[in-house]
Structures are given as structure tokens and as C-alpha cells.
Design a protein around this ligand. Sequence first.
Ligand SMILES: Cc1cc2nc3c(=O)[nH]c(=O)nc-3n(C[C@H](O)[C@H](O)[C@H](O)COP(=O)(O)OP(=O)(O)OC[C@H]3O[C@@H](n4cnc5c(N)ncnc54)[C@H](O)[C@@H]3O)c2cc1C
Length: 418
Amino acid sequence: MASFEGNSGSPLHVLIVGGGLSGLATAISVSLAGHRATVFEAAPQPHPFGSGVVTCPNGTRLLSRWSVDAVGGSPDAGNHTPVAGWQVCDPLGTLLGPDLMIAGNGYTKKPLQEDSQTPWTFHRANLQLALLRRAQEVGATIRFNSRVTGLDDEDDDAGVTIKLESGETHQGDLVVVAEGTNSRLRSVVLDQPVNPVATGYVAYRITVDRSLVHDPALVDLMESAGIRTWVGKGSYVSAFSMRRGAQLSMMVLIPHDQLLQQGATITPAQELKDYFKDWDSLLSSMIDAAQRVNKWAAVHLPVLPEHCSLQGTCILVGDAANTMSPFLGQGLSLDLEDAATIGCLLGHVQDPSQLPAATALYSRDTKAGTAVDVGIRCQTEQAGQVEPNLQHVLHKQVLANDLHYRKGKVGYNPAPRG
Ligand SMILES: Cc1cc2nc3c(=O)[nH]c(=O)nc-3n(C[C@H](O)[C@H](O)[C@H](O)COP(=O)(O)OP(=O)(O)OC[C@H]3O[C@@H](n4cnc5c(N)ncnc54)[C@H](O)[C@@H]3O)c2cc1C
């Protein structure tokens, strides 16, 4: 049963463009705040693609709070795997220090033991299904095969109107653009073009089935439910098991100075094997067991001038609004925080005339979060050029926690008004 976070007068109708993880999380949070949410997703069905995603404790807590974990019990839904440890190694696999699940929690120095306090891993497709089901359970409407091609929030009295590829139009009080990094409507919301820029890294993603793994050390890693990260030579590798040990996800970032075409391409595993031939042999075992290797140019967004339109009736969320440093593992968690912030603010809105004040607060908070990230990004990317060390990794972790605590003031403890 839905538990509502807010107490609004007459419910607003919130139109959400994009049914990825951010759009669906926003639909949950908006519905729990007592408003009506309709999600328009271009794809005909939830994307079955992708590999592993991680929520850090700030994201995990939100999923628990929204009871997304509760729908995870069904065989094809959530399937979250609580992370048992997080070890950082040098290229040869030598541990650089104590487990981050203890030392990384710099405020308490205690192990992160409670399920809802630990990072969780998911296959992205499972998390999307779990969010979808929870969004429907709390009353949101999800429309697939519904690509949005235009929006108009010029006329104050009519609210905001979106236009679909089919020619249909829909009116609402607020539009949330959750189109992902390559958002087209972002430029309409901000009234200026904003395009992603190359980070200088190429990213690879690999999924490994347990049934194809023969290296006992790799079996151990999968069964331990830990995250293992290797840093060195300007590169970064992270591997963790998902689907409760049935699969392993590996993410690789390698410096790259050439422009790659946008979007993922399937690439021969040999390319990665050659790069990692002098690294920990566990990496070669993973690459050997891979069914396919996806490769794409890692991009990020410049800091946006605002995250809402001039009229305050359109906002940007998720990858359409900001991209985190690819080294932090915070991207998804911050997207969930933004979704929570929207729900929290809308919980205080009882009339569409109050929307501009709420969306201005959202924009200010999201911009501040991005500014902190840019600080981290500069440090991590500079550090990526030299040999990273544990101090550096811990520093990132503490900064990430800082960001979480700061944003927590807005995002976690809504006190409904009225
Ligand atoms: C297919 C896919 C696979 C991914 N795999 C991984 C992974 O394995 N690991 C990982 O860490 N991250 C992955 N990501 C990225 C990750 O999901 C995002 O970084 C993060 O979850 C934030 O998501 P988002 O909802 O803001 O954007 P996205 O995940 O990009 O979702 C945007 C959604 O909006 C829809 N859309 C776009 N434009 C329109 C429009 N005009 N009208 C209607 N719908 C529209 C898209 O179809 C998509 O579903 C993947 C993303 C996608 C889309």
C-alpha cells in the first residue's frame, strides 16, 4: 500500500519524459508525494540491455524507503545483491588498504552492516523492472511507445504541453525531462543548446555468466558478493557480482584521446585482453569468460546554468541534468537523490502557482550538487593521470559522503506542510 510523503491540496499532473531509472524513480517519488505522474517512454518495453549498476548507501536508502526492495522478491524484478565488501587493489591485485566498507565510511569508522546501509548491486534491467512495478503500484501511469518530440510552457494559464511523435498532445502542470545524457528537450527547457563533451576516457562493460567461469579465484569473487576495484596506469576497473552471484559485471575506464562515436558498440575482447596482459590475472579470466564486450566513449555534461525552465514548469533530472565522475559509482545514487528531492519539494506544493518556487529550489540544490561533483571530477581526473593510491580513493569516498550528507538536508526528511 502506498504511503504518502506529502499532503498536497489538489494533486498536480506531472508529465515525465523518459522511463529510464531516473524517470521511474521520479514517478515513484512524485506519486508518494500525492500527485499524479504519467511517464512517456519512447521504447516499446523496458530495455533488456545493460549490465551491472550500483547504488551507494545514499541510493540504497531511497530504494528501501520507496519499498523498491520489496518488489525485488519476485523472480524477474529487483534481485538486489547487498555488497559484502569493497576492496581496492593496484594493477597486480595487491590490496591497497582496508576494505572501503569500513574505512570508507569515514564518519563512523564502523563496518556498514545493515542491509539498507550497504551498497546494492543490480542488473540494470532488473532494477528498471522493479522501479516500473513500484511506480505502477503507487499509482503512476507508464506509457511505452511514446516518444516526446516537443514541449511548450510559454502560456502560463495552460500549464505545460508536450507533443508526442504520434501527434498526440498532453497537458500537465509540470514536465520532468528524464531523457538521459543525449536529451533533446534539455535545450528547449534551457533555451540554449547544451551538448555532452568527451571525458577523455573510453568505457567498456562486460557481463560474465557464472556457468562460464572456471577460474576458482573468480568463482570466489562472485560468491563473496564484494566489489573489487583495480586502479593504476590512469585506468580504473571495477567488478562485482549481481543477480545474487549468477553473473558478474565488469566496468573498465581507459584514457583515450580520440573521438569515438556516441553510443555503445560491440568490440572484440582481445582489445581489452591486450591492454590488461600485465595486470592481475583475474582480469584476463573475466575477459576470457565474457560473452560480449560493449565499448563507448564516456561523456559528461558541462555544468548547466539552471535545471529548470524560466517559467519554472519544466525541470531536468538524472543523466539529462548532470553526469557524475565515472570513478565515483555515485551516478545512479545521485539520480535517485534528485528524484527524491523533486518528490519532497512537490509534497509542499498545493497549487500550481507554487511550482516556480519549488522548481527554483530544486534547480539550486541540483546545481550545488553538480558543483561539488565538478570539484571531485577535477581531482579524480587529474589523479587519473598519475598513479592513484588509496588515499586518493578514500578521499573521493569521503567527498561523496559529504555530498550525500549535504543533499540529505533537502532530500531525506521531508516535513509536510499544511
Ligand atoms: C539501455 C540502457 C542500458 C544501460 N546500461 C547501463 C549499465 O549497464 N550500467 C550503468 O551503470 N548504466 C547503464 N545505463 C545508464 C544508466 O541507466 C543511467 O546512467 C542512469 O540510470 C540514469 O538514467 P536516466 O534515467 O537519467 O537516463 P537513461 O538511463 O539514459 O534513460 C533515459 C530514458 O528516456 C527514454 N527517452 C529518451 N528520449 C525520450 C523521448 N524524447 N521521449 C520518450 N522517452 C525518451 C530512453 O528510451 C530511456 O529509456 C544504461 C542506460 C540505458 C538507456
